[in-house]
Design a protein around this ligand. Structure first.
Ligand code: MG
Length: 363
C-alpha cells in the first residue's frame, strides 16, 4: 500500500519552569534562587519550581510542606495567574505567525502543526528555532521545543535538550527512540499506569511493543490502542486548535474486586489527589465532583454533586467523592473500578472569571 499522506511536522513548545521564570524575570532578587510558585500553607501545593529548586528535588504538584523540607531555603511566591495568562497570550501570538493549528495543553505548552505553515518554511527545526528566539526577545523567557512527525514524539523530544534547547526525532529514528525509553517516561503514562505496567512486566518501549492490541485493550481500556501505537512510534492524533477542557478525571481498575466500603474509600484517595494536583498546577478548579463505580459484572453507576462554589482543596474533593461512594453502599456487586472526575471547570485564580484554559489531559 502506498501512503500518500504527507508526513506531519509537529512542534511541541514547552516553556522552561514557566511560572517560576516569569517571577524571576519580574523580580531580580529571585534570580538564581530556589523558588516555588504556590502556597506555603499547610495544604498548599507547588505549582512550579525554578531550576535552582529542582536541584533539591522540588517539583510541581508536590505538597509545599514536602518541598520546604527538601529545600529549607526555598522561597515561596504566590501565583499570579493573570500575569502568566497574559504572557501565555503573548507567546500564542508568536505561534500564530506561523500556523493557525495551535493546541495549547496549558499556559506554558502547546502543539503546533507546521506541516503547512504561514511562512512556507520547509524545515520545522528552523521554525522552532525562530519561535524560541522570538519568545526570548518578547518575554525574556526560555522555551524548549521538540520537533517530530507526531504529537507523542514531539512532546517527548521537547524534554531531550531542556532547558533552552530543542531536539528532533525523525520518522527513521522514532521507533528505536521509543523502544529504549522507560514507559514511565511516556507522555500519557501516569504513576498509576506505570505501576500497573510494572506489575505486568512492561518497563520499556520494547516490552510494550511485545504486547498485543487485545492485551493492551483488556488491561488499559480506551488507552490500549494509544499505547499500542506509541510503542511503534505511531500517533495519529491531529493537532486540535482551541479545544476546551471540560473535565479532569482519574480512574483505576483494581487487581482484586473490592466489597468493603473502607477499602473502596481508601482507593478514592490517590484518584482525588491526582485530579486535584492537576487542577492546582494548572490554576483552575471545578464545582462538580463525579464518582464512577464499575462493578464486577461490568455494569456501572455514577453519582455527582455540584457545589455552589469551586473546590479549593483536594481534601474537600476527596470528602465529597467519599460521601458519594457511600450512597451506593452496600455495593450491588464487588467493585472493579473507581473513577473521580471534576467538572464545571473554572479558572479559580483568574480575576477575569470567564476565560478557561484550553487543556488536554487525555494523554
Ligand atoms: Mg513547561
Amino acid at each position: 500500500m502506498i501512503d500518500t499522506a504527507p508526513v506531519r511536522k509537529i512542534i511541541h513548545v514547552d516553556m522552561d519552569a514557566f511560572y517560576a521564570s516569569v517571577e524571576q524575570g519580574d523580580n531580580p532578587e529571585l534570580r538564581g534562587r530556589p523558588l516555588a510558585v504556590g502556597g506555603a500553607a499547610a495544604r498548599g501545593v507547588v505549582a512550579a519550581a525554578s531550576y535552582e529548586a529542582r536541584k533539591f528535588g522540588v517539583h510541581s504538584a508536590m505538597p509545599s510542606v514536602t518541598a520546604a523540607r527538601k529545600c529549607p531555603e526555598l522561597i515561596f511566591v504566590k501565583p499570579r495567574f493573570e500575569i502568566y495568562r497574559a504572557v501565555s497570550q503573548q507567546i500564542r501570538e508568536i505561534f500564530a505567525e506561523y500556523t493557525p493549528l495551535i493546541e495549547p495543553l496549558s499556559l506554558d505548552e502547546a502543539y503546533l502543526d507546521v506541516t503547512e505553515n504561514l511562512k512556507s518554511m520547509p524545515i520545522a527545526t528552523e521554525i522552532a528555532f525562530e519561535i524560541r528566539a522570538k519568545i526570548k526577545a518578547a518575554t525574556g523567557l526560555n522555551a524548549s521545543a521538540g520537533i517530530s512527525y507526531n504529537k507523542f514524539l514531539a512532546k517527548m523530544a521537547s524534554d531531550l535538550n531542556k532547558p533552552n534547547g530543542q531536539a528532533v526525532i525523525t520518522p527513521k529514528k522514532g521507533p528505536a527512540f521509543v523502544e529504549q525509553l522507560a514507559v514511565k517516561k511516556f507522555h500519557g503514562v501516569g504513576p498509576a499506569t506505570a505501576e500497573k505496567m510494572h506489575r505486568l512486566g512492561i518497563e520499556t518501549g520494547t516490552d510494550l511493543k511485545a504486547q498485543s492490541l487485545q492485551f493492551l485493550t483488556q488491561h488499559f481500556g480506551k488507552s490500549g490502542p494509544y499505547f499500542y501505537g506509541i510503542a511503534r512510534g505511531i500517533d495519529n492524533r491531529a493537532v486540535r486548535p482551541d479545544r476546551e477542557r471540560k473535565s479532569v478525571g482519574a480512574e483505576d481498575t483494581f487487581v482484586a474486586d473490592i466489597n468493603d466500603l473502607d477499602l473502596a474509600t481508601n482507593e478514592l484517595k490517590p484518584l482525588a489527589e491526582k485530579v486535584w494536583s492537576y487542577c492546582a498546577a494548572k490554576g483552575f478548579s471545578g464545582k462538580t465532583v463525579t464518582v464512577k463505580i464499575k462493578y464486577s459484572d461490568f455494569t456501572q453507576a455514577t453519582r455527582s454533586k455540584t457545589n455552589a462554589l469551586p473546590f479549593t482543596n483536594g481534601t474537600d474533593v476527596l470528602n465529597a467523592a467519599s460521601r458519594l461512594l457511600a450512597t451506593v453502599y452496600p455495593f450491588r456487586r464487588a467493585v472493579r473500578l473507581l473513577g473521580v472526575t471534576l467538572s464545571s471547570l473554572t479558572s479559580e485564580q483568574s480575576h477575569s472569571g470567564t476565560e478557561q484554559p484550553q487543556l488536554d489531559f487525555d494523554r
